[in-house]
Design a protein around this ligand. Structure first.
Ligand code: PEP
Ligand code: MN
Length: 337
């Protein structure tokens, strides 16, 4: 349930109303925007009689929220959330491109890619150290050593880093990581979601391979429920009956997230199709649909990549795609970070 307050309400009266809700055992999500102030109520609101609340003179209106996601719901927070990470703004028209290899392979590789994508205009370096692979016999990532190499690339280039976590046991290793990625395969790993909710790190939450929009937003709600409100959503393609591409980019996820949530949403055109020749058209679609950014795989030598070479752009290709992204983002009124 949300309670919309009248503008310029007396603070003391608002506090009394909030106390009333607290005494009923409800949690309150206080959201003060430019035009409206909203109390979002969480817990068992069935006990509330709307007429009792309307009797408070500070109350403009009361609305039941039918969706199961509350704190991430736009009704609880009508304005777009803007995160600030390593001096970059994310959300509400600020546009970020995160780029780098699927996995970190060596210092020379990650530093070369970092330097190149930075020069092209990327605002974050991506790269996996812990890799979720379908086969136990595939390259599993350099793990802790990979994180060290990413931090070295960050030190040398100044690019902040985004990298995937696979177990809550590793959280200490991620202390200097700027954005922790929660991969598609772990979107409903509830222990991991709870642990990330207790941290204060920005989380890039990728949509599960067959997750509905409601399940996706409920996963973000888990992180919020633990107290961490630094969440970026990522649409990365879903499973369909189509076999000619790896996944199917659900472009409607972008406007849907914007309608139902205040969180930033970015698109991963690399995992969405699994083919490098589709990265540019899908990036264009993402910008046009209103995405707040892109995460793109780029590699110095894709044919020798240890993971996801077929969808990785080589560095000159990334330069060309990035130039196109900048033009189109500017056309759509986005501010590159
Ligand atoms: C990745 O970013 O390399 C990755 C494994 O992504 P996803 O979880 O979307 O498959
Ligand atoms: Mn990958």
């Amino acid at each position: 349930m949300i309670v919309v307050l009248k503008q310029n309400s007396d603070k003391g009266h608002v506090e009394r109303l909030m106390q009333h809700f607290t005494e009923m055992g409800l949690r309150i999500n206080y959201s003060e925007g430019e035009h409206t102030t909203i109390l979002g109520l969480m817990g068992d609101t069935t006990q509330i009689d709307e007429r009792d609340i309307l009797a408070y003179d500070v109350v403009e209106r009361v609305q039941r929220v039918s969706e199961p996601f509350k704190a991430v719901n736009r009704k609880f927070h009508p304005e777009d959330t803007v995160l600030s990470v390593a001096g970059r703004k994310i959300g509400a028209g600020y546009f970020n491109v995160m780029a780098g290899p699927c996995s970190v392979e060596s210092e020379a590789q990650i530093v070369e890619v970092a330097e190149s994508v930075k020069k092209a205009g990327a605002s974050f370096l991506r790269g996996g150290a812990f890799k979720p692979r379908t086969s136990p016999y595939s390259f599993q990532g350099l793990e802790a050593e990979g994180l060290k190499l990413l931090l070295e690339a960050k030190r040398q280039t100044g690019l902040p880093i985004v990298t995937e976590i696979m177990s809550e046991k590793h959280l200490d290793l991620f202390a200097d990581v700027d954005i922790i990625q929660l991969g598609a395969r772990n979107m409903q790993n509830f222990m991991l979601l709870k642990e990330l909710g207790r941290s204060n790190k920005p989380i890039l939450l990728k949509r599960g391979l067959s997750a509905t929009m409601e399940e996706f937003l409920m996963a973000a709600e888990y992180i919020f429920a633990g107290g961490n409100t630094n969440v970026i959503l990522c649409e990365r393609g879903i499973r369909t009956f189509e076999t000619m591409i790896r996944n199917n980019l659900d472009i409607s996820a972008v406007p849907l997230v914007k309608m139902f949530s205040h969180l930033p949403v970015i698109v991963d055109p690399s995992h969405a199709a699994g083919r490098r020749d589709m990265v540019q058209p899908l990036s264009r679609a993402a910008i046009a649909a209103g995405a707040d950014g892109l995460i793109i795989e780029a590699h110095n030598d894709p044919k020798c990549a240890l993971c996801d070479g077929a969808q990785s752009l080589d560095l000159p290709q990334f330069d060309a795609v990035m130039a196109d992204i900048k033009r189109r983002a500017a056309f759509e009124g986005r501010e590159m970070q």
